[in-house]
Design a protein around this ligand. Sequence first.
Ligand code: BTN
Length: 238
Amino acid sequence: MQIKKVTFKKIHSTNSYAKEHIDTFDPKYVTIISAEEQTAGRGRFQRKWISPKDCNLYLTYVFFKPKLDETIGQIPQLLALALCDVLRPIVPEVSLKWPNDIVIQNRKLGGILTETSESRGMWGIIVGIGINVNMDASYQKMIDRPCTSLLIETGEVFNREELSEALHQRFFELLKRGFSSNLDSLKKAFIHKKGDWLKTNDFVKIVEGQFEQINQDGSLTLRLENGDFCKINSGELL
Ligand code: BTN
């Protein structure tokens, strides 16, 4: 995979930059946009992503596809798995929370925001990841959910450049291998165990049930109280 990199000291949001400049990226390349600080970092469902300077990773990968299909959601899951693979030697408890949060014992370490934008008769797939690397515990009070960083977990400061290079390399390996070949590793990386009670919200409806499985396409199946199975394609776990 051929790569082009665009780096910023400070930007509003690497995903917003990608959307605004989508027509300028060469579709033959994967463009990786990174920043040391974001002034308007965005999370899923219109949340803010707290993005202090010089301590975390804020990255956006831009791919081009001829058309949109159901495989688009698999790209962020492979990115989340790539991060898990890179971090496991450092923090063995790292795992995934469906669909693509990276957590350490339910404390959020990283999140992924995937967006799409039409460009020149193709689709730009914009996959942004925020990883809390060297952020200290004082930021936890600014974030309304349990969160953590590598520094908080290990007491060590990490080289962000090395971490991002390792992530790019692993992500491209997993993409090359394809989603179905990574499915077993992906299933093992999820924190959920069969029978766990989960509550999902796709902002249309809330569905509760016991975790049954992660499916071939990365979706989630819950077993409802009445015994029926329900397949959830998108949303988040509450
Ligand atoms: C989430 O809600 O879990 C997704 C968070 C995604 C944050 C990243 S940081 C880099 C990129 N730029 C953004 O504005 N958001 C994503």
